[in-house]
Design a protein around this ligand. Structure first.
Ligand code: FES
Length: 73
């Protein structure tokens, strides 16, 4: 079964992570939905930087993007 998930974020959400040794560091949580390393950001959100307002895009597994439309009843 396929599903469509709509996201409009263009950047990650930063969280502070503490490892087993007590070291803290910031990690980005993916908010755009394009990361191949979910739940963490891998920089793929940069592909969204030139999106136009009001246009719906589909990102394909091969990295290409296309404009599309959906009908919700
Ligand atoms: S926010 Fe999704 S890859 Fe960075």
């Amino acid at each position: 079964m396929a599903r469509v998930i709509m996201k409009d974020a263009h950047a990650s959400h930063k969280v502070q992570v503490v490892d087993d040794e007590g070291n803290t560091r910031l990690r980005g949580i993916c908010m755009c939905g394009l990361s191949s390393n979910l739940p963490f950001c891998n920089g793929s959100h940069r592909k969204t930087e030139d999106e136009e307002e009001g246009v719906l895009y589909r990102y394909n597994e091969d990295g290409t993007r296309e404009e599309c439309s959906i009908q919700i009843e």
